[in-house]
Ligand binder design. Structure first.
Ligand code: 6R9
Length: 652
């Protein structure tokens, strides 16, 4: 990527932290942030010794880092139990009666579990796993609805050193099969069913289908009763959670495991090819999720923290389970969808539980904007004090809406950039410290040496686009792709030796803030100028009629690539030629003629991954008029792709 990769977005709004937030902030100023950031990179022993020293290590480390690129070991020689840090540590500190998990089911049933109760649950289920013959190092696949037992199952694995691999409850039996095969799991933890958008998801039946070929190594299936629907139980293989639990006690010592003992494998689809099993280990992952949660979400004793992700994603692993519980915060978990039974469901929950910290995704924010403010403003959101965003670049206008309508103009927004591979948040503002600007994740967190490089490996100048990299290893980094070290090396470390390639393009502005421009593979190349998808999309979202947009390139004889945009409109807005022309003009005015779309195509919904990321690869094929190929198992809505394919040529 050379210097022809330019930014066309001009965003000048700046939001300094409020005096109120600043007065209570853990870090006192930008100077203090810079000092700590430098310390974390230049004297990591001092920094991590102090910060990770707040956790419970059964045996201290003898060496902080053993780095043989691209293989890292952190907290070498230490022994740690991750579950003990998330649960027992708080009970031992006299906070056993504090609520750990507040839970609301989609049908409206509720539960509240204290840290002492959580400890008992985790210990009992750890004993169930042991009784089923599961030992340290064994892989356990977890396929559960969003119920507290999903977190209990993860922590129980961690307690006995079993390696969990959570598969999102919305995935098919085919996905389960692939992941069972790749991970070699010997047990599955599931439920009879789960609730999603008013329907019952047949989780156990999907597991049965996945196991029906008889090729897996699975010996035991543990089944939680959630919906009470009829399911088949195979004698000798399948056991009920409650029945197995009745036979064990709540006494399960927390054995210390090596800091590099595998904690979990989480599969990430990647844009093409076979899903990658991202492997995370114990000490470094715990330290990373603990510290980021503490500083970025400013977790305090009286907070009610809500991350709206599913535990099946890395965001759920790091910021529903491990990070918040390691901090001893009260974490809310919600089983269902944001639009069931009505469009105000999230805000009803915020009001009911007096949520103080909310962490959600741009895809959700754009949906709320589309549905209309009236579903939000009828609830009392005054308990909120901090907002977070993750998953995609947040369009500046969506940021403004989040700030004003949800945050009442008073809540700092932390736009957090990170990946399944990074384990924890990497680039982010610190609340009460970093002045924010709509659309940028701002600056690197402690221990993160982020940079933007050109193709020759040189750092680019201000506002020039390039490849986002991390130049030093960090504690919560992935250790490998499970069973495929070669792919690990090639994918992440092969472009610039010894440097981690994130796969995103970015620029840094004059303040050093990082602006993610999109995935490298999605870059648009128009008349020799390379443009990030995010900026074109943000220009579209800044139009009053547009809810969401995706920009892709279509081969063009003259320009190399023509810009094609797919647009969804806000409720009540009609798609027509006049609006398409207006949108082309709008983009031209906002960011310049070079980015002016050649085609505007309207859609009811955009094709997305299950975690809400727009799949531009598919839209690119649609734009080029080709067939849809590749792995489509992670699509939210095949209908969306089909509708777009059918609507080819009819939109303008
Ligand atoms: C945590 C998570 C990682 C990819 C990442 C980037 C995009 C995530 C972002 C963001 C811009 C942010 N991404 N957060 N882009 N701003 N704040 O989402 O992990 O599912 O592995 O996706 O998501 O493209 O490379 P994962």
């Amino acid at each position: 990527m050379s210097s022809d990769f330019k930014s066309v977005l001009h965003e000048t709004r700046v939001f300094p932290p409020s005096e109120e937030f600043k007065a209570k902030a853990r870090i006192s100023s930008m100077e203090e942030y810079k000092r700590l950031h430098e310390e974390s990179l230049n004297s990591p022993e001092t920094f991590w010794g102090r910060e990770a020293g707040e956790l419970k290590w059964q045996q201290p480390w003898t060496q902080l880092l053993d780095w043989k690129p691209p293989f890292a070991k952190w907290f070498v020689g230490a022994k740690v139990n991750v579950a003990e840090n998330c649960v027992d540590r708080h009970v031992e500190a006299g906070r056993g009666d504090k609520v750990a998990i507040l839970w609301e089911g989609e049908p409206g049933d509720t539960r509240s579990i204290t840290y002492s109760q959580l400890k008992d649950e985790v210990c009992k289920f750890a004993n169930v796993l042991k009784a089923q013959g599961i030992k340290a190092g064994d892989r356990v696949l977890i396929y559960m609805p969003m119920v507290p037992e999903a977190a209990v199952a993860m922590l129980a694995c961690a307690r006995i050193g079993a390696v969990h691999s959570v598969v999102f409850g919305g995935f098919s039996s085919e996905s389960i099969k692939d992941r069972l095969h790749d991970s070699g799991a010997i047990a599955v933890v599931t439920a009879d069913g789960g609730y999603r958008r008013g329907k019952v998801v047949p989780l156990k039946a999907n597991v049965d289908t996945a196991l029906s070929g008889g090729e897996s190594k699975v010996e035991k299936v543990i089944v939680l009763k959630r919906t009470g629907q009829d399911i088949a139980m195979q004698a000798g293989r399948d056991v009920w959670w409650h029945a197995a639990e009745a036979e064990v006690d709540a006494n399960c010592p927390a054995e210390g495991f090596d800091s590099e003992h595998p904690l979990f494998i989480l599969y990430t689809s990647g844009s093409t090819g076979k899903p990658k099993g991202i492997l995370h280990t114990s000490g470094g992952y715990l330290a990373g999720t603990y510290l980021t949660s503490k500083y970025i979400f400013d977790m305090r004793d009286d907070d009610v923290y809500w991350c709206t992700a599913d535990v099946g994603w890395i965001t759920g692993h790091s910021y529903i389970v491990y990070g918040p519980l390691a901090n001893g915060v009260t974490a809310l978990m919600y089983e269902g969808a944001p639009d069931t039974p009505h469009f105000g469901r999230f805000w009803e929950i915020v009001e009911k539980y007096k949520v103080t910290i909310l962490y959600t995704a741009p895809t959700a924010i754009r949906a709320f904007i589309k549905w209309g403010d009236e579903h939000v403003t009828k609830y009392d959101l005054s308990s909120l004090r901090l907002l977070g965003s993750v998953g995609e670049p947040i369009n500046p206008e969506a940021w403004m809406w989040y700030h004003q309508v949800i945050g009442g103009g008073r809540c700092p927004i932390v736009d957090t950039w990170w990946q399944t591979e990074t384990g924890a948040i990497m680039i982010t503002p610190l609340p009460g410290v970093t002045p924010t600007k709509p659309g940028t994740a701002t600056l690197p967190f402690f221990g993160v040496d982020a940079a933007v490089l050109d193709d020759d490996g040189k750092e680019v100048g201000p506002n020039e686009g390039g490849k986002l990299v991390i130049r030093k290893p960090w504690p919560s980094m992935l250790r490998t792709i499970y069973g495929d070290a070669e792919r690990y090396e090639q994918t992440y470390w092969g472009t610039y030796p010894g440097i981690y390639l994130a796969g995103d393009s970015s620029r840094r502005d004059e303040d050093g803030y990082f602006w993610i421009m999109g995935r490298i593979d999605d870059v648009l190349n128009v008349s020799g100028h390379r443009l990030g998808t995010a900026e074109v999309e943000s220009a579209l979202v800044s139009h009053a009629s547009v809810a969401e947009a995706a920009a892709v390139g279509r081969p063009d004889e003259i320009k190399g690539q023509a810009v094609v945009v797919f647009v969804t409109l806000k409720a009540g807005v009609e798609a027509n030629d006049g609006l398409a022309n207006e949108l082309k003009k709008h983009v031209g005015n906002v960011i310049g003629a070079i980015a002016r779309p050649d085609d505007v195509r309207f859609a009811n919904v955009l094709p997305k991954t299950r975690s809400g990321k727009i799949i531009r690869r598919l839209l690119k094929e649609v734009a080029a008029g080709g067939q849809v190929k590749g792995d489509t198992t992670t699509l939210e809505d095949f209908g969306a792709v089909a509708a777009l394919m059918q609507s080819q040529g009819k939109d303008e």
